[in-house]
Design a protein around this ligand. Structure first.
Ligand code: MN
Length: 208
């Protein structure tokens, strides 16, 4: 049995046009994300211990990554991270997103970074400055909001930090439309951030 499955996108592949094109979204979802799910399931379907680990939500699997046997841990980090990261990514984007944040996250971003513009500049610097493949993250780390990047498909959850907002920096996420212009992709991202979902994730993280 397959422990994890590919979630549907909460919108059509063309919903984020012109900021992210439909072809990129379709390939990203049906090829890349599906690949992570399939490889995660293949990795876990090898021993009883790993099959049991696959009974928990993927977020918990990563939070408890240290309990995975060492010989399988890197595969679970990569494929489990790939599944969790993309599952978050689709939800924090919206064709109706962008603009200035509202709700509790607006106040917390101002407290932590001084202003929304200062946060945006910081996150943009993190995203454009990251070398190679990886993700830019806004996370709840203990009681602070922090922006940083991680390589590959590493998830903040593996460090017991809760991702609130993430931006995929792999070339597969933007190369068809933006080629080597990662900065243009990052700038476009601000037009499609779902602050409703970011608020929902912040409030859920506060309950942990
Ligand atoms: Mn990706």
């Amino acid at each position: 049995m397959s422990a994890y499955s590919l979630p549907d996108l909460p919108y059509r592949y063309d919903a984020l046009e012109p900021h992210i094109d439909a072809q990129t979204m379709e390939i990203h979802h049906t090829q890349h994300h599906r690949g992570y799910v399939d490889q995660l399931n293949t990795t876990l379907d090898t021993t009883d211990e790993l099959r049991a680990a696959g009974d928990q939500p993927v977020e918990d699997l990563l939070w408890n990554l240290g309990k995975i046997p060492e010989e399988s841990r890197n595969a679970v980090r990569n494929f489990g991270g790939g599944h969790a990261n993309h599952s978050l990514f689709w939800t924090v984007l919206s064709g109706d997103g962008g603009g200035e944040p509202t709700g509790p996250i607006a106040r917390v971003l101002e407290e932590e970074f001084g202003s929304f513009e200062a946060f945006k500049a910081r996150f943009t610097t993190v995203a454009t400055g990251h070398f190679g493949s990886g993700w830019a993250w806004l996370v709840k780390a203990r009681n602070r909001l922090v922006a940083y990047s991680l390589p590959n498909q590493d998830s903040p959850l593996a460090a017991e930090e809760v991702p609130i907002l993430g931006l995929d920096l792999w070339e597969h996420a933007y190369y068809l439309r933006y080629q080597a212009r990662r900065r243009d992709y990052v700038d476009a991202f601000w037009n499609i951030v779902s602050w409703d979902e970011v608020n929902r994730r912040w409030e859920a993280a506060e309950q942990l």
